[in-house]
Write a protein that binds this ligand. Structure first.
Ligand SMILES: [Zn+2]
Length: 832
């Protein structure tokens, strides 16, 4: 029987997003003055580290806001390998969130943002391993590219290149690559393919942004020889903003919400230390720009521009910034004649922003839809308003895609809005909106980006734009605006979102992993979503031949864009143990559509859409289970309950505050989610009830917790000391310390084979000391390290069993790693 039912959800307007992350910038007089000061400073700093959150926002804010330098942060990765404290996105989707968090952070501290193609593949103990998993040459090439493109005078490393093994391998690697790139960027024989687009560049000097932290204690740092260090007093109070530098830095750092880095600003003097590493030595240790002309005289033809712009700065009228416009337009014209293309393009963009801000010139291009499909027509409303007495005209505009539209030259009179609606035809071969670094399949260590010009760019590429050609003081200046979408929300007010180009239809499979633990057929639901009105076609599930699926395809039709339909397929597994990929494929008029669309909506970032192949994993296993009933107490968030249900267990998620002997009575096993003892306060006073549950003959399994902020010191019935021990090499050899222990033998015989195919790591925060009541079961270690025996500890307590494990079940089960399923089945069955 064909199953088809419709859900009448129109969710192209999701109601829980807040748009304040992307309101257009509306600069006031103080902002404009600050922009003019930055326009008149021709020096730059590139800060280099490995992850979102490594960057020192105090220093970035100081360099950008106090020194007025162009300041950028090159984060080698997008932070894909971390944990997510605000939602369930992991891996590349977490990378998308952290990318946006960095972009938002830079909007606050005034920096710019770059990345490399390196993938944050997870924790790495040393740079040698890191550079093996990354393609070292490619990442080095990306650092050289960033230097040649940004042309920093100064590079600052967050980490010490001389101390491998003392911090995350990515950290040390970032500093090593930075130093290597410092030596190579000016060599025309290094990565010569880049020189089609950029020139070679030699930064003046490179520093290491040291701190007491690298010395182990403040006392040690106080005593250290600082003759090679520059001390910067970064506690500037910005009177015009009413904020200290550290307060701005804290606001910026607090954008890292997925990492829980909310941060409180401080006030008053504070020092940062820069250790000189290479380049031209400083005579005056207080002037990091020594020997660099940071005035307009730096560039050929710059003096005349400086003459104009220094007086604009000096004579700036906070009550009426528009009086600067005639001089600014003169300077704009001189900038257009510069032969130095690097500074020409930077300063052109800066001065255009200043001119429009001084005029209160507001330009906007708003689409009538948030999502559109290739080949469709989008109505775009243009708005232009000049709010100054400076005469100007709107001469023409150009849309991308499409061509120049000449129009009657329209006066932009003071405070009189001009609007016009245009129809924009999207070419049938328009690119879908997507994080560009996810378009191609990369490797574990690298994203694949084929177009050199895109490498390092922080954000999703959005081509659809309108350029307004506005004549001011006899000069026609092009102002480009991306086409956006906005709507009014009754609660939040004006909400801005991007215009996304989406496929005509997308589909998604309900679960990421399906576990077939017997021959029985499972129903697999596929959701098809319309990207435009009135579509019809077929959807099918593709599986290898020895699996069967019925029906072979299901027809559907959808009337409205955003509408969804569910199609249910019956899938029977192969007889043999196997692991296969399921794909859902939609066919509409011979067009094959195989993507799923994932929306990411958080109030602190711009709405994101990611397109990925619509796939799931199906695994045929033969795991023996004993039909145990499991109570699960959620910790910081994981998908283990779903995985256990897939295995056939009855799983119930219990609210910590509802834990009582009575409530737990029907269950055989209690499992705590990851970091439960870090985040669930109720566990502190429910611990006795939980341990009594064990004492009375049941089982409790506690998954990893970190060292910081444990809600209770008595997590286990016997002393146990958590450490930072971890085994990050997912394929490290696992030795059986207690080969005859039931947990390795019943009901499933566990062998070395069961530790093959693990993802990212084996486990983390293993206990390093434990009471003799515990039996350590497994031992493993990363290359060159001592054995770590604390991955899986089992103790009898009363009539029951208590198990503490740092093994990464939260990664392995959702990824469908068979051995992890077999082992957890034995842990659940212990005592049976
Ligand atoms: Zn880091």
């Amino acid at each position: 029987m064909q199953k088809l039912y419709k859900s009448s959800v129109f969710i192209f307007l999701l109601s829980f997003q807040i748009g304040f992350a992307q309101q257009p910038v509306k600069p006031n007089s103080v902002d404009i003055y600050h922009q003019i000061q930055k326009l008149n400073f021709l020096g730059s700093v590139l800060y280099i580290a490995a992850h979102p959150d490594d960057e020192n926002t105090r220093l970035i804010s100081y360099l950008s806001n106090d020194k007025k330098a162009r300041t950028a942060y090159l984060s080698l990765t997008r932070g894909d390998g971390g944990q997510n404290l605000i939602g369930t996105e992991l891996r590349e989707l977490l990378g998308v969130i952290r990318t946006q968090e960095l972009i938002e952070a830079r909007k606050i501290d005034g920096g710019e943002q770059f990345f490399s193609r390196a993938n944050d593949f997870g924790f790495s103990k040393n740079p040698a391993e890191t550079l093996e998993i990354w393609d070292k040459n490619q990442v080095l090439s990306d650092v050289v590219w960033a230097i040649r493109k940004f042309q920093p005078d100064i590079i600052i490393n967050r980490f010490d290149h001389r101390s491998p093994g003392t911090t995350h391998g990515h950290h040390t690697a970032s500093a090593m690559l930075s130093l290597e790139a410092f030596d190579l960027a000016n060599n025309k024989n290094t990565f010569p393919e880049q020189l089609k687009f950029v020139t070679t560049w030699q930064p003046k000097r490179v520093f290491f942004n040291t701190s007491w932290w690298f010395y182990g204690s403040k006392e040690k740092f106080d005593k250290a020889d600082k003759s090679n260090q520059t001390q910067l007093q970064i506690g500037t109070y910005y009177q015009s903003l009413g904020k200290s530098n550290q307060e701005i830095a804290a606001l910026s750092r607090s954008r890292h919400q997925s990492q829980g880095f909310g941060s409180t600003g401080t006030r008053g003097e504070e020092d940062e230390y820069l250790e000189f590493l290479k380049g031209e030595k400083l005579n005056d240790k207080n002037n990091i720009f020594e020997g660099i002309d940071t005035s307009w005289n730096r560039i050929q033809g710059g003096k005349a521009i400086g003459d104009i712009l220094y007086s604009v700065e000096k004579n700036f009228d906070f009550k009426n910034p528009s009086i600067s416009i005639p001089e600014l337009v003169k300077a704009y014209n001189l900038i257009q004649n510069l032969s130095d293309n690097h500074w020409k393009s930077i300063k052109t963009e800066e001065i255009k922003k200043i001119i429009s801000a001084c005029a209160g010139l507001y330009l906007e291009a708003v689409a009538d839809v948030q999502e559109a499909t290739p080949g469709s027509t989008v109505k775009v409303k243009l708005e232009a308003i000049n709010r100054s007495s400076i005469p100007m005209t709107l001469n023409s505009f150009q849309t991308v895609p499409s061509v120049m539209t000449t129009m009657e030259i329209t006066d932009l009179k003071n405070n009189k809005s001009v609007s016009k609606t245009v129809e924009l035809e999207l070419p049938i071969d328009s690119n879908y909106t997507n994080a560009y670094w996810l378009n191609e399949n990369g490797t574990d260590g690298m994203y694949r980006v084929d177009n050199q010009l895109n490498i390092g760019l922080p954000d999703v590429l959005r081509d659809i734009a309108v350029t307004f050609f506005i004549e001011i003081q006899g000069t026609v200046i092009p102002f480009e605006r991306k086409v956006i979408y906005k709507y009014n929300d009754d609660v939040k007010g004006e909400v801005y979102q991007p215009l996304d180009i989406v496929p005509v239809a997308t589909s998604s499979i309900a679960e990421k992993v399906y576990i077939f633990n017997n021959d029985r057929t499972k129903a697999i639901t596929v959701k098809v979503k319309a990207g435009k009105d009135k579509i019809s076609g077929n959807v099918k599930l593709q599986l290898p031949e020895n699996w069967s699926v019925s029906p072979s395809e299901i027809p559907f039709s959808l009337d409205r864009k955003g509408e969804e339909v569910m199609a249910v397929f019956n899938v029977s597994p192969s007889r043999e143990i196997s692991e296969v990929e399921i794909k859902s494929i939609v066919t509409i008029d011979n067009q094959t559509l195989d993507k799923q669309k994932i929306d990411i909506n958080y109030p602190h970032i711009y709405k994101q859409m990611v397109l990925k192949p619509s796939v799931a994993k199906a695994i045929r296993l033969k795991i023996k289970t004993k039909n145990e009933k499991i109570a699960y107490i959620m910790g910081a968030g994981d998908e283990i309950p779903k995985s256990l249900q897939q295995m056939g267990y009855q799983v119930e998620i219990i609210k910590p505050e509802n834990i009582s002997a009575e409530r737990l009575n029907p269950f055989d096993v209690v499992i705590t989610g990851i970091r439960a003892y870090n985040v669930v306060n109720a566990l502190a006073y429910k611990q006795k009830t939980l341990l009594d549950f064990v004492k009375n003959g049941k089982t409790m399994i506690v998954q990893y917790n970190t060292l910081d902020d444990l809600v209770s010191k008595e997590m286990s019935p016997y002393p146990l000391k958590i450490s930072r021990d971890r085994v990050t090499e997912e394929d490290a050899e696992v030795r059986f310390l207690a080969p005859n222990h039931p947990i390795l033998n019943y009901p499933n015989k566990i062998t070395a084979e069961d530790f093959k195919g693990w993802k990212q790591e084996q486990g983390l925060y293993y206990p390093s000391e434990w009471d003799s009541a515990f039996t350590p079961v497994l031992s493993a270690n990363d290359t060159g390290e001592k054995p770590k025996d604390g991955a899986l500890l089992v103790a009898k307590y009363g009539k029951g069993n208590y198990i503490y494990t740092g093994l990464s079940f939260f990664r392995e089960l959702p990824e469908g790693v068979p051995g992890a399923f077999r082992l957890i089945a034995n842990m659940i069955a212990i005592g049976k």
